[in-house]
Design a protein around this ligand. Structure first.
Ligand SMILES: [Zn+2]
Length: 74
C-alpha cells in the first residue's frame, strides 16, 4: 500500500507545504464569496498561504488579529 504525498502550494510565494499523509506543516486557506454589495459581484476567491506568508500578512495589520488558544489540539 502506498500513499501519495499531498502538497498545497502557497499563492504568495509558490512554496510547497506537505499536508499529508504525514503533514510537515499547515496552511491558511482563504475563501470569500463576494455578493452584490461589493465591487466583485458574485465572484468567488480562494487562496492558500504557507505559515510564513500568513505571519507576514498578520504583521502588516494596523490592528492585530484576535488570537485565542484552544485547550486541546486534535
Ligand atoms: Zn508562502
Amino acid at each position: 500500500m502506498t500513499q501519495e504525498n499531498e502538497f498545497m502550494v502557497c499563492n504568495r510565494c509558490a512554496g510547497k507545504v506537505k499536508t499529508g499523509p504525514v503533514p510537515e506543516g499547515e496552511v491558511f486557506i482563504g475563501r470569500k464569496s463576494w455578493g452584490y454589495f461589493s465591487g466583485k459581484d458574485t465572484r468567488e476567491d480562494e487562496f492558500v498561504l504557507c505559515e510564513s506568508c500568513y505571519d507576514r500578512l498578520l504583521a502588516s495589520f494596523a490592528i492585530p488579529a484576535v488570537k485565542r488558544y484552544r485547550n486541546e489540539v486534535m
